[in-house]
Structures are given as C-alpha cells and as structure tokens.
Design a protein around this ligand. Sequence first.
Ligand SMILES: *[C@@H]1O[C@H](CO)[C@@H](O)[C@H](O)[C@H]1NC(C)=O
Ligand SMILES: *[C@@H]1O[C@H](CO)[C@@H](O)[C@H](O)[C@H]1NC(C)=O
Ligand SMILES: *[C@@H]1O[C@H](CO)[C@@H](O)[C@H](O)[C@H]1NC(C)=O
Ligand SMILES: *[C@@H]1O[C@H](CO)[C@@H](O)[C@H](O)[C@H]1NC(C)=O
Length: 418
Amino acid sequence: MYQIDLSLKRISCVLFVFLLIWCVTDAVDDNRYLSPKKFGQLRGDEIIRFYGYPGEEHKVLTEDGYILTNFRIANPGGYPILFIHGLTATSDCWFVGGPAHDLSFRLWRRGYDVWLWNGRGNLYSMDHVNISWSDEKFYKFSMHELGYYDTTASIDYILNVTGHKSVITIGHSMGTTNVLIAAASRPEYQPKIALNILLAPGAFQRNLVTRGFSDTSYSQYVRWFNFDHLERILEKDSFYFKINQLFCDPTGPTAELCYFSMGLISGLGSNQTVKDAVMKMMTKFPAGTSLNVLKQEIQNLRSGDFSPLSYSRKENLKRYGTPKPSPYPLGKVQIPTAIYYGCCNDLLSHVKDTKLLKSRLPNVIRFYKVPYRLFNHGDFLWAKDAYRLLYKDIIILIDQFTPYQYRSNVTIEPVSID
Ligand SMILES: *[C@@H]1O[C@H](CO)[C@@H](O)[C@H](O)[C@H]1NC(C)=O
Ligand SMILES: *[C@@H]1O[C@H](CO)[C@@H](O)[C@H](O)[C@H]1NC(C)=O
Ligand SMILES: *[C@@H]1O[C@H](CO)[C@@H](O)[C@H](O)[C@H]1NC(C)=O
Ligand SMILES: *[C@@H]1O[C@H](CO)[C@@H](O)[C@H](O)[C@H]1NC(C)=O
C-alpha cells in the first residue's frame, strides 16, 4: 500500500512539473531573453510568440498584385493600430527592445489590436501574383507605391478583418511618408485614419546633414557598382545583403564595427542607445528595396520638394497625367497628425525639415520635441528611456483619439525614477 502511494505521488509530481513548464513557456513573459542571433532567425510572428503574445501572419494583396506579409499582435475587438517601418527596414524594428520596452507590445497590453506593415520588396514581402521577385519588373516601384498601394491595401485589410471604421497609424523615418502619400493622392482614405503619428519624419530632405554624402553615394553606386543595372538593391540573398549579414553577425568579429556604423548613420553620442537592440535590428537591416525608392529620395533632396518619382516625360504623362509630377498636395491632408522629433542629433531627420513639414500640414495636433538633446534617429525605436521621453506621451494621445467605446481602461504606467 505504502509502495503504491509513493509511486502515485511521484507520478503526480512529475505531471505537475510538466504542467508548470507548459504553463511557464506558454505564458506572456516580458523579460524572456531573446539573443540578437536568435532574433535574426525568427520571423515576426515567431518573435511575438516567443514572448508568449498572440503573433499572427497576414497576407495582403495590393491592387497592382503585390502580396505583402504583415504581422499582428492580435487583440480581436481592440482598436487597430498600424505600425509602418522606414527605409529598407522590416516590421521587426518594432520589436528590438522586447515587450517590456517596445511601444508595439505596450499598446497591446492596453487592449489595442496591433498590426505591423511590411512594404513590397523587403525580405517579408517578396511575392506578386504574376511576377517573380527575381524578375526586374518586380522592382519597378518607388516610395509612391509604398504609400499609394501598400498602405491603403493594408488599411482596407485591417478594417475588413476587424470590422472597425478607422485605424491609427505610426510611422518611423521614411515610413512617415506612407500615409502622407496615400492621404494626399487618395483623399477617400483620410476618414479611415483617425490619427497619424510621425516619428522622426522623412518627407522633406532640404537640410539633411548627410545630403552631399547621400547624393554622391547614390550617383557613384549607379555609376560604378550597379554593374548589372539591377533596379533592386540590398534585397534578400543579394551580394550586398550577404556581406552585411556577415559584417553584422552579432557573434562575429566585426560586431562592434557594425554597432558603431549604426551610430554613425543615426547620430553619435546618445546615451540612450541599447547595444543589444541595435544588434537585433542589424540582423534584418537593410532588408531590401527598389533603387527607385532611393532615386525618389535623391530627387526630393535635390529639389527640396516632397514629390512622386519623376520618370521620362512619356512615363510621367502615363502615370501622373503631367509631363512632370507635382509635389504632393499636403495642404489637403486633414488627418489629425502628431509629429515627434529630436532637436539636435538626428542625422536623418533635420529639425528645419520637420518644421517645414509642420507648416505644410493643416491639422498638426501635436508637435513634440523629445526632451533630450542627443536623441538620435534610431533611439525612437530602442532608447533606454523611450517610455519617459516619448512613448508615454504617445500612449496618452492615442487614447484620446480612440473612439470612446474602445478606449483603454488600463491605468497609464507612471514614469519610474531610478
Ligand atoms: C496577372 O496576369 C493576368 C493574366 O495575364 C492578368 O489578367 C492580370 O491583370 C495580371 N494581374 C496583375 C495584378 O498584374
Ligand atoms: C473581406 O473579407 C472577406 C471575408 O473575410 C473576403 O471574402 C473579402 O475578399 C475581403 N475583402 C477585401 C477587400 O479584402
Ligand atoms: C543621458 O544624458 C542626460 C543629459 O545629460 C541625463 O539627464 C540622463 O540621465 C542620461 N541618461 C542615461 C541613461 O545615462
Ligand atoms: C476594461 O475593459 C475590458 C474590455 O473592454 C473589460 O472586460 C473590463 O471589465 C474593463 N475593466 C474595468 C475595470 O472597467
């Protein structure tokens, strides 16, 4: 009798331990450590699930046949928020700090339904109904199409799946141009966006500190390094992509140099930069785009305007109905817009250009200077004190612009002083 009791006890103990392990691995764990190396191996939805959150993948078809892979931290019924990454980034840039830190996870915990966009040509969005990504025709797009087609299709998809009438959008860097382009060229989309949040905006480039460098690099690349005259650049599995993967291998010999190079393009001297987060970012950056995206940036940088890509006269007539494209009519964008910017150390978004953008938009409801002088371009994603410096402000604003019945009732976390 005693013997049987003992083995029963053993069996239940073992079962209990299994249950415990099962529970623990399945539960939300904001502090579970994800190394940069492992981060590089996981897809967006897998990263979300790694932390115990409900990660989903969604395929979105655009009007011109591209198939985007968007991710979602699902909160069915919650009010939808769409995150839009910048130039040659992926949606994984919204996860580099981990759930305790990132705005994406913070908003999910407040009850929001979080969606994350991946533009055509980045390593997640390489499909088209008719064209293979190895075909040059796949890469005939610029920033314009990222806004005009990819952003609108993603918004329609979200509204269709969730039954909501509008979304809130958050873009970083060049990702801030998407909604501006969509709203300026397709005004019928304006009512579908309740609030547009721009972090370190990338529309005007008149005062870009690295202006000369960017212009020269682009011209020299086209002249000397684009030997096969491909329209794609830095795409998955390409020569440059592989070199970068090697250079930025988080456990490789050049990891420190890779880290430093990100500081160089982002802004040196910030005490906010988290190395682990930067190394995570670099496992999926740069993640590919079309050369025409860069070309549009360079044209804008030269002209000082914010305009669609100019092709030949004939092609312009076909695409825009005019021999030359006219600047996007920003004055017609009535969407409530919030702009968050760094004053003095953001190498890729100059404060004068940000002020110019503000003066052109008729409905800027928040113009917020991050209260730290050395805040840089990447800090918007990974700053140590991002919550204190800007995320808390963003969260309060988002709550205000959420339709009353979907507004979060979770208390806003106070800023901890440590
Ligand atoms: C794909 O190819 C089919 C057949 O040629 C054509 O009818 C359709 O318009 C194409 N779709 C796109 C988006 O290019
Ligand atoms: C909306 O969703 C329905 C069913 O989920 C689908 O059949 C339809 O094609 C979708 N429409 C759009 C525009 O995505
Ligand atoms: C960064 O520098 C600012 C201003 O000098 C200082 O107030 C802040 O405490 C520093 N933060 C960290 C994390 O070192
Ligand atoms: C907060 O909102 C959730 C979801 O709408 C609801 O289930 C919950 O009862 C609310 N809590 C309070 C304290 O109102």
